[in-house]
Design a binder for this molecule. Sequence first.
Ligand code: NAP
Length: 255
Amino acid sequence: MSELEKRIVADLSAQVALVTGASRGIGKAVALALGKAGAKVACVARNADKLKETVDEIVAAGGTAAAFTCDVNDGKLVSEMVDVVKEKWERIDILVNNAGVTRDTLLPRMSDDEWDDVLNTNLRSVFLLTRAVSLVMMGQRYGRIINMSSVSGLMGNPGQANYSASKAGLIGFTRTVAKELGKRKITCNAICPGFIATEMTAALGPALEDEVKKRVPAKRLGQAEEIADAVLYLASGSASYITGQVLTLDGGLTC
Ligand code: NAP
């Protein structure tokens, strides 16, 4: 069995998970992993066709899932969607705030729109989702919140002033939510992936391979499934005393 075939095992049956950005990449891998672990999965993104593919794969693997087409920048849609998930499955145990975008350019050329778009999707949406879902979690006195940050939020990255600021903001948000909700058995942690093979990094083209060879001790891109394993662990019973933490999965990039 190869390194990547050995997946973490967790039992999340009777739990309900909501994953944003579940239409592709890391979010899709996370939704599949949670679904295979027995959770009912609310898959959230804008692309209905791609979301359906995620849901179909979970169902084909014997799990339960439903698609919720929603732009996470729209506060009204977000709170309506959270209400519908709660009504459908009666609880929400796991929230994975994964939806994210990049609009890279050097600071002097960065437009207001490029700043606002990235900050809204990557940070403001996490506030909207977490505020709505935390009310459900407080009522049931249980919850796991996992926010997808980035090594760019730890180190900064030229061309990503907007993205790095949003991902660093997520870390402060994570620690505050952990402190506010800890007494109600709700944990909140952040994950910082390094270079992971998805459409987001494919957009960087062949230059990425050189970057990885130069800078990453593991000498390869990470796989979305490796990030999904970390989410599964933080969502599982094994991680009940871990909160307010930042878990970096980057093949050694930041060490
Ligand atoms: P991706 O392949 O580009 O997928 C992004 C996901 O976010 C898609 O499912 C997209 O769905 C969703 N999304 C974007 N804007 C949205 C909106 N307004 N409303 C709802 N959904 C929205 O990216 P990825 O590589 O999987 O990245 C996932 C997360 O990991 C992001 O937060 C990213 O910043 C973070 N990350 C990635 C890497 C990496 O190397 N790939 C490294 C560090 C951190 P729709 O287009 O269907 O809406």
